[in-house]
Design a protein around this ligand. Sequence first.
Ligand code: FE
Length: 199
Amino acid sequence: MTTTAGSAERLPPALRTEALEQLLTERGLIDPKAMNGLITTYETNIGPLNGAKVVARAWTDPEYRRRLLEDGTAAIDELGFGGFQGEHIVVVENTATSHNVVVCTLCSCYPWPVLGLPPSWYKDPAYRARVVKEPRAVLSEMGLELADDVRITVHDSTSEVRWLVLPEQPPGTEHLTEEELVPLVTRDAMVGVAKVAAP
Ligand code: FE
């Protein structure tokens, strides 16, 4: 026998979201135009490019890098990025011996102002549960092999704190300008599931 509650639970998330949005609109709790504007902004206007600009600046300006690691939110704000879902961003640095990777074990908290919306694998329950317990294996499955002597730290995002990884600058790119470095920096490297490759 199928109950109403049971079938509602089996509705795809997109449909449930739509139903919820309709309900909230009818009650005058949200303005659909504002909702659409917000979604478009984060889907198309704000993406990992903002984060890439932050990383490229840190690679080319040691003073900025120092400020970024000391107070991520303030240093990111210097470049004009911040706000919703990025009120408190902590930046951690990957080096040859220390690797940082980010997850939200509870849901999908993510630093929107610098990375845009999270990719589907970030929201995947398997990634969220496993990367904490066996980060080396998960990273390897995602194509990132780390030597045994590299220390891995997993950072669990919350609604309070969002993490951004400052990836290692690939060797041989020291002569490149900030503008030339920006396109090398990938979203995955800033979550810590990949390294930045030299061009
Ligand atoms: Fe979350």
